[in-house]
Write a protein that binds this ligand. Sequence first.
Ligand code: PLP
Length: 481
Amino acid sequence: MSASLDPEDWDAFRAQCHVAVDDMVDWWQQVRERPVWRPVPDSIKAALTGPVPRAPCDLAEVYRRFGELVLPYPTGNTHPGFMGWVHGSGTPTGALAEFLAAGLNPNLGGREHAPIYVERQVVDWSRQIMGMPEGSSGVLVGGTSMATLIGLATARHAHAGGDARRDGLQGRAVPLVGYASREAHSCVAKAFELLGLGRDCLRLIPVDGEHRLRLSDLRDAITADRTAGRQPFCVVGAAGTVNTGAIDDLAAMADLCRDERLWFHVDAAFGGLAVLVPEIAPRLAGMERADSLAFDFHKWLHVPYEAGCILIRDEAVHRAAFALRPDYLAAAERGLAGGNPWPCEYGVDLSRGFRALKVWFTLQTFGLDRLGRAIAANCDQARWLAARVAAEPELELLGPASLNIVCFRFRDAPADALDRLNAAIVVELHERGIAAPSTTQIEGRLAIRACLCNHRTEERDLEALLAGVLALGRAQRRASR
Ligand SMILES: *Cc1c(COP(=O)(O)O)cnc(C)c1O
């Protein structure tokens, strides 16, 4: 008796796979011919509801539905005109590796098998890229949000005293407080919430004109908290903020953390990878002194979603913060239950996919120099775009374009209409499929935010963005008169 879910007709299955691969390769090759994004029609949304299927359906028919309902309406981040939020653009190479990883279907929670050694190699390569010392530990996660949670949980474990894992923080008389700049990503506040520290115990420190954490304010805040009987425990530095790409003075923050005996966490989500650009690397000095460092492969290394990483300087503290090995996860010297330590001892997840394989393929296939050149190209494009904006009387720059992000707006309209007008420009750019920037607030003003994190973007895509903003801005201005 068999309940196997394998194909009944392997030849037919093989043929279907070939069709899917051919279609996908065409889709990648023709990416530029499509709009960046298009709205998902109501009919498609309706077709994506309904009862759970009880009876089987031909693979070919399900694949047809994918082609009709899903394929035409993606996020758009594979398109050269995508420049919103901080989205990586993926690579066909990474997608191929993802197929292989799913085919092999290993569980990277632990045990003794080659995929575990691939992940260890990827973690060690990451450590080398970021300049952290040999012996640092790390684990692959879904993204920088989870990496930040793990980094700060390790910091909490290291600084809470007693047995915070057993006792929690409920009985503490002295609150633990941490510090980040006002430009810090929301995942830091979320980690504070989830760790039972409370969001108010994350002090958001003002920034300077370059949007970098102001060190004198940080020192004052630490002193004030100590004086009030609270316990400062960690400082979060930004290696590339999400709004403007600002890089905090990480070396000075590392010095301060050493002197004050605080945990130094660096959010290097995308910007940390700019260490691969020789001209930018010096601005990241101090990053390598982090106690914990979180970053993403799925942003500026273009590994397909999702893949992030947490690196921790002190392996013993890292493991002490997370290891939990009940009987059913007991280690063995030999056999399949070997392979210690297991990745599940360094994080939250027990069952874990083979994310490492697409990173392993990406790093080998392209090599660091070429990946670095793609990052450098985006930084060049940001400078070019900022200069073009500055030269257009109807446009203005909002904030510095220090890395790969340009925040600007159409300004040739009444001041009280500008936020609404620029928001409308961005929606129109999306809906017409011209370009896909996002928006943010810069000092209380709505900005069109172009984040260049895309190896497919070319000058003509930036031209299309500028032409679109100008044309739509003029049209909006006329309409509002
Ligand atoms: C994207 C981002 C994050 C969150 O990372 P995810 O991978 O989306 O979880 C944190 N910090 C910065 C600076 C980011 O750009």
